[in-house]
Ligand binder design. Structure first.
Ligand code: SF4
Length: 488
């Protein structure tokens, strides 16, 4: 059971790959499983609660069902290692984000033989499987950010003092859990940014990039297996390669990946606003198979709040960035997310944010209420915003976005788009659903297909040319007009 973000999903896929190579058989049927693994998330309170509820539910299967071992993995372990084992005796073993290979010992299976890698043209400074020997540090920007950030976990009960360092590579076995034709590649792990509301650096460790050639090799192998859409992920993909001494590392990586034959769509999540370089945008504009899509979590738009969040910038700077992006990649879909109710956020700050959202007209937008997380710098801040105010602000901001989205979607009617078909709709078997290049997997709205055109049936994992016939606030309805030129 994999909870949380796509980064956690890749960790689950790696653990499944390791278990599979060691001879275990995978099943999603909890009744039939002998070993249950819950890969947890502990980003905010709601995620922690979902993780604990799932562990308790699985513990019931161990008491009353066939299961004989319960393993808890992931971010919750990094934070509450001792407490989980102390308070939930049904849990047999825990596996942190920095020790994925321990899943084998936790499951009572032997370790796989170590795989010897080809030497890399780059000096790798990370520890873990990607660390192949000593070398001088080439991460000046990372070191600077690290000195401004928080990398101490000593205050957390049960967390180990050292930070996770693991990072998989192309030789690590992995079983995909994503929908057909689509896969994630984690290109970096950890984060050196000092955002004061965030505990991710404490859960996932310092920023470290995978080596360039390892990412290319993994992408080639995925495409050879039939994957047609690759989404590069990391807490901040725009910092990719800084620790390897690369300048514009993400742009260089995209350039190489876009040249892989039969890779139809390539995208990356997430961009840090001041790391969107001219070279990155040029690269996006240059390659047809790099999706016109950018997810740049801005978190807020009021200068004082952003300063207190330890992120900097303001609405004016962000509007200039957005203009630059839209000029360089016309028609690009922009996604962002905001936190409302950060300590000290006034009505005026919130109004600044609302005005900014009205002007920026994002295609997709997520709003989170501030969650007070122990271990973050913001935890110690005064002037906490009451929960009811946070809820109201969240609702108001989403309402503004709903109007923007509705108006923008209306202009989609009559448009033709390539749609990657993902199967029957979860909502009704009368509709099928898919995504366009403007929809990232699992995050944005959907394209519902109610008319197959000249086709008797559609195939999951294939691209079709579709015409948008109807729009809702976030989702659109389409009819198939032809096979896509993207079809292989
Ligand atoms: S919010 Fe994002 S950029 Fe900031 S510290 Fe957390 S993971 Fe890093």
């Amino acid at each position: 059971m994999s909870l949380g973000c796509p980064k956690n999903l890749v960790d689950s896929e790696v653990m499944m790959g390791l278990l599979d190579r060691a001879g275990a058989e995978m099943t999603s049927d909890v009744e039939a499983a002998e070993i249950l693994v819950v890969n947890t998330c502990s980003f905010i309170d709601a995620a922690k609660q979902e993780s604990v509820d799932t562990i308790l539910e699985m513990a019931q299967h161990k008491v009353a069902g066939r299961a004989r071992r319960l393993i808890v993995a992931g971010c919750l372990v990094e934070r509450y290692r001792d407490e989980i084992q102390k308070n939930i005796p049904e849990v047999d073993a825990v596996v942190g984000t920095g020790e994925l290979e321990e899943i084998l010992a936790a499951a009572g299976l032997d370790r796989p033989r170590p795989v010897v890698e080809e030497p890399s043209p780059f000096t790798i400074l990370n520890a873990g499987p990607e660390s192949q020997g000593p070398g001088p540090s080439t991460r000046p920007e990372g070191d600077l950010r690290e000195s401004q950030g928080r990398f101490s976990r000593t205050a957390w009960d049960g967390a180990e003092a050292h930070l996770p360092q693991y990072l998989y590579d192309h030789t690590t076995p992995r079983l995909l859990a994503t929908k057909k034709a689509s896969a994630y590649i984690k290109i970096a792990e950890g984060c050196d940014h000092p955002c004061s509301f965030c505990v991710i650096p404490n859960l996932r460790g310092k920023f470290r990039s995978r080596r360039f050639e390892s990412v290319i090799a993994e992408a080639e192998s995925l495409v050879a297996q039939g994957v047609r859409e690759i989404t590069l992920i990391g807490q901040d993909t725009t910092c990719y390669g800084e620790d390897l001494g690369l300048k514009d590392g993400l742009a260089q990586l995209l350039d190489r990946l876009a040249a892989i034959p039969n890779l139809n769509w390539l995208r990356f999540l997430y961009a840090y606003p001041n790391k969107i370089t001219g070279r990155l945008l040029e690269t996006m504009a240059k390659h047809e198979n790099i999706c016109s899509y950018l997810d740049v979590p801005l978190q807020h738009a009021s200068g004082p709040v952003l300063k207190s969040m330890k992120r900097g910038a303001n609405a004016e700077i962000f509007l200039k960035t957005i203009e630059k992006v839209r000029e360089a990649v016309p028609g690009i879909a922009l996604r962002t997310s905001f936190i409302v109710g950060f300590p000290g956020e006034t009505e005026e700050d919130f109004e600044t944010l609302c005005d900014f959202v009205r002007l920026a007209k994002f295609d997709w937008l997520g709003v989170f209420g501030y969650s007070d997380e122990e271990g973050s710098r913001a935890f110690g801040l005064e002037s906490k915003v009451p929960a009811r105010t946070i809820e109201r602000r969240k609702r108001e901001l989403m309402k503004i976005q709903q109007r923007i989205s509705k108006r923008a979607k209306a202009a989609w009617v009559g448009k033709e788009l390539d749609v990657l078909v993902e199967g029957e709709s979860d909502e009704t078997p009368l509709l099928w659903e898919g995504r366009s290049e403007f929809h990232a997997p699992e995050i944005d709205g959907k394209v519902f297909i109610n008319d197959f055109g000249a086709f008797e049936e559609l195939h999951v994992g294939r691209f079709y040319r579709c015409e948008i016939t109807e729009v809702h606030d976030y989702d659109v309805v389409a009819r198939v007009v032809a096979k896509s030129g993207n079809q292989l």
